[in-house]
Design a protein around this ligand. Structure first.
Ligand SMILES: Nc1nc2c(c(=O)[nH]1)N[C@H]1C(S)=C(S)[C@@H](COP(=O)(O)OP(=O)(O)OC[C@H]3O[C@@H](n4cnc5c(N)ncnc54)[C@H](O)[C@@H]3O)O[C@H]1N2
Ligand code: MOO
Length: 410
């Protein structure tokens, strides 16, 4: 029986723990302009060098005044000048006076409030404030957003677009980052042929490399595609020896027990296998080890198995390799809209679609056939449905954990 056979398989949690132990981040650092830093990992904490905003400034287009001068409605003050964003007013606002001010312009000395222009009546140099004025209204204080000396980003932070805007806003134009690790990508199988050619009997199109390369390139990683390597030990030895000079190798295919499954055998010969086979579905024959300089991720050849093991095992490890302080995404909980078939023995990553239900709670259903070669149901999906190792089928209306693809950078 499947469940008996798989009872000796290593649980995913143990495999992940071993991966985590084995991976140390790259250490080399390079300085890069902000424009090229999106998605990259910072190699040292970033401390704020200035206050943001640098000076008290106006949140509205209107008039700056001393709040004490307009405690009641219908107060009239005299207009004495203007403060524009980039061209401040250099005088002082004294009793009975006000200054025209624009959003973002520096608050002139003496002024303690800004009134938006919709709340005044203007008559030449005389401004009537329709309502009583509160001290500090519409003033953005210096340092209100960020204070000089404050920690902005920890080492290992992955830079996102808003982070780049923030760094630019404090005058930082380049950042120290970990170098991008280099990953070799190998596809193995005599049956594989590149898309665009015509198929002969027994051939299929190579597809794993296209999906895996795109997935890994979402990380700050340089992917070198080795192409299709046939099921010949010599050809594989040569490719794997070369790949062992990279920081990591990802191969797909040839890790099971068939007569032409050489990857695991050659990894054993040229490098070291840390573990092989996990209690997951799909992806059971996943192999992890080392080869020369490289961490080795041997993904199974079935296209869905390759994607699932890349997501669940290779990507978390590679994110650590990039120097990222990686925290696994938190699963959400959803209610199933139909039966999910499962046998006990392996943690199952079914492909599903989740959506909001009528009561605001999440609903999820599987996206059709769940075979490990069925990529169409992967493409219809927007999440994994994660079913615990020892459970059986899930009835309609039960709660399950889901991992939205967005959170996995799919
Ligand atoms: N006797 C047993 N047989 C199998 C077992 C087992 O435990 N005992 N495990 C099965 C499981 S589970 C998986 S998963 C597969 C994995 O096998 P391999 O990693 O050796 O992969 P291959 O045999 O090379 O290929 C499997 C399948 O995927 C297709 N493939 C391979 N590479 C690509 C590619 N780059 N693009 C598209 N498709 C690819 C290949 O043609 C095969 O159809 O083993 C089971 N067998
Ligand atoms: O574990 Mo395999 O990935 O089911 O096809």
């Amino acid at each position: 029986m499947d469940s008996c056979y798989t009872s000796s398989l290593m649980p995913l949690s143990e495999g992940l723990a071993r991966l985590t132990d084995a991976i140390t981040a790259v250490t080399e650092i390079e300085t890069v302009p902000l424009q090229a830093a999106d998605g990259r990992i910072i190699s040292a904490p970033i401390i704020c060098p200035v206050n943001v905003p640098p000076a008290d400034n106006s949140a509205m287009d209107g008039y700056a005044l001393r709040a004490v001068d307009a405690p009641e409605a219908a107060t009239q003050l005299q207009l004495i000048g203007r403060s524009m964003a980039g061209v401040p007013y250099h005088g002082t606002v004294n009793q009975g006076e006000c200054v025209r001010i624009m959003t973002g312009a520096v608050i002139p000395q003496g002024a303690t409030a800004v009134v938006m222009q919709e709340q005044v009546v203007t008559n030449d140099e005389s401004i009537t404030f329709k309502r009583p004025v509160q001290i500090a209204q519409n003033i953005r204080r210096a340092g209100e957003d960020l204070k000089q000396g404050q920690l902005l980003f920890e080492q290992g932070h992955r830079l996102r677009p808003a982070d780049l805007g923030l760094l630019a806003s404090i005058g930082i134009g380049e950042v120290a980052l970990y170098r991008k690790p280099r990953v070799a990508l190998i596809s193995n199988g005599d049956e594989l042929i590149e898309p665009g050619r015509s198929l002969k009997a027994g051939q299929i199109y190579e597809s794993n490399r296209y999906a895996l390369a795109a997935l890994v390139r979402r990380l700050p990683i340089i992917v070198e595609e080795f192409g299709i390597i046939p099921d010949q030990p010599e050809a594989l030895r040569e490719a794997m020896t070369k790949a062992g000079r990279f920081d990591a190798v990802i191969s797909s295919g040839g890790v099971s027990v068939g007569d032409a499954d050489y990857i695991k055998i050659i990894l054993d010969e040229l490098g070291e296998i840390d573990f092989w086979k996990l209690a997951i579905k799909p992806g059971k024959p996943f192999a992890f080890g080392s080869l020369g300089n490289a961490h080795y991720f041997g993904l199974p050849g079935n296209p869905v198995s390759a994607m699932v093991t890349c997501h669940q095992l290779a990507i978390p490890a590679l994110r650590r390799l990039t120097g990222e302080h990686y925290v696994a995404p938190t699963p959400l909980v959803a209610t199933t809209t139909g039966l999910l078939r499962k046998r006990p023995g392996r943690l199952d990553f079914q492909r599903g679609r989740y959506q909001n239900g009528p009561d605001g709670k999440l609903l999820v259903s599987a996206t059709g056939a769940q075979g490990s070669g069925v990529m169409s149901s992967f493409c219809e999906a927007n999440c994994y449905i994660v079913l615990e190792q020892e459970r059986g089928s899930v009835e309609q209306g039960e709660q399950v954990e889901i991992l939205p693809f967005d959170a996995l950078m799919v």
